[in-house]
Design a protein around this ligand. Structure first.
Ligand code: UD1
Ligand code: UDP
Length: 372
């Protein structure tokens, strides 16, 4: 992408690569866009695999800032982003979601009076112990253009007094889940899980065990990983389910398990973090999804898989309708009960999340800001 690009998309963590992929595919003027990668996620399995698989243009700037405490990470990003923003005349900045990269990008842009667009605005868990909640609230309150995935997000912003520059665009993760569904099914893993024995080389962790059915787990929230007793209780609960559980292990969780000495039950199969397509294939065929991820709650719902969420709150409240998603926190009895619950009586209704053309609407607004 060009040096003279006028819109900077600031991303740094796995879910943001998925979202920026959706937006840039909808660009009418790709030459007007540049990516700044903060470096928050740096392992290939959390970063470059998404750029490769989803065809995201290489970042124009890579800041290489990952790890550390919240203050260290966000603090290091700020001057680096400010310097980057000063290099480009009259840019627009787009930030995504609720990570420390979102917050740093938003603050750097707002302080320089650069027009700021927040994709996935208006979401709230109402739990300030979550760092993401602080990042969302601050970002929304300094943004000029707030692109909301749902009408309830628009209403929440209105309750906080934010009505200017607010748009309901739909959820960009629905766009990409739809767009990539066929490719996910066509991967060797997708074909194997659909029953094709000649699907080709499979990831080495997988085999006939999965043909008997499995649950898919992801866990990475600080609230679940940073306390030994909580993490041990959750992992123990996965063991007690007596089912095959496939668990792509986020590095934060992997480090925590080693540090806190949490062992693995034999029915729990941990694997390295997966690329988007392999993960989508596994999710589509899972009997159930257990997660504390924001994005994975939605993706399970979009794929018609029931989800049990290892959190007390969710910002994606529509997923709870008809029992498609159940919040159990770290309560193992509630977890067991939710896993055993009957399937929802009604199909998932995600009409509030748009029509899988959210990215087009986002880009219409963003490119309108830099139209010559
Ligand atoms: C971050 C986001 C979270 C998001 C998640 C997506 C914040 C506050 N948190 O959480 O909202 O849901 O990304 O996955 O922004 N690490 C590695 N390799 C990497 C990246 C991280 O080993 O490529 C390890 C490091 O020890 C690091 C730790 O994971 O200190 C935590 O990483 P960090 O990016 O700070 O937070 P996440 O837990 O990934
Ligand atoms: N994801 C993936 N491989 C994995 C786990 C998750 O590709 O092993 C994708 C998932 O499909 C979703 C995104 O990562 O698109 C969600 O990221 P994460 O759960 O890390 O962050 P959150 O959504 O909680 O902020």
């Amino acid at each position: 992408m060009s040096d003279a690009a006028r819109t900077l998309h600031i991303v740094g963590a796995r879910p943001q690569f998925v979202k920026v992929a959706a937006l840039l595919r909808a660009a009418r003027h790709p030459e007007r866009h540049s990516i700044v990668h903060t470096g928050q996620h740096y392992d290939a399995g959390l970063s470059s695999v998404f750029f490769d698989e989803l065809g995201i243009p290489a970042p124009h700037t890579h800041l290489g800032i990952g790890g550390g405490t919240h203050a260290e990470q966000t603090g290091a990003m700020l001057p680096a982003l400010e310097a980057r923003l000063r290099e480009t005349a009259d840019p627009v900045v787009v930030v995504y979601g609720d990570t420390n990269s979102t917050l740093a990008g938003a603050l750097a842009a707002a302080k320089l009076h650069v027009p700021l667009v927040h994709v996935e605005a208006g979401l709230r868990s109402f739990d300030k112990r979550m760092p993401e909640e602080i990042n969302r609230v601050v970002t929304d309150h300094v943004s000029d253009h707030l692109l909301c995935p749902t009408p309830s997000a628009v209403e929440q912003l209105a309750r906080e007094g934010i009505t200017r520059g607010v748009h309901w665009v739909g959820d960009v993760m629905l766009d990409i889940a739809r767009a990539e569904a066929e490719r996910a099914c066509a991967t060797p893993l997708g074909r194997f899980l659909a029953g094709d024995d000649a699907a080709g080389p499979l990831p080495d962790f997988l085999g006939p065990a999965l043909r008997g059915g499995y649950l898919l787990a992801t866990i990475h929230r600080a609230g679940n990983t940073d306390d030994a007793a909580t993490l041990a209780r959750l992992v123990g609960a996965l063991g007690d389910l007596g089912r095959t559980v496939v668990w792509p292990l986020h590095p934060r969780t992997r480090h925590a398990m080693v540090r806190l000495g949490v062992g693995l039950p034999p029915n729990v199969l941990t694997v390295e973090p997966l690329g988007y397509l392999a993960f989508a294939a596994l999710l589509r065929h899972a009997d159930l999804v257990l997660t504390d991820s924001g994005g994975v709650q939605k993706e399970a719902w979009f794929a018609g898989r029931r989800c049990v969420t290892l959190r007390d709150t969710t910002e994606w409240t529509e997923t709870l309708l008809h029992g498609w998603n159940t919040l159990v926190g770290d309560d193992v009895d509630a977890l067991r009960a939710a896993v055993a619950a009957p399937p929802p009586a009604s199909p998932p209704d995600f009409s509030a999340y748009g029509d899988a053309r959210a990215a087009e609407r986002c880009m219409g607004i963003i490119e309108g800001l830099t139209a010559p």
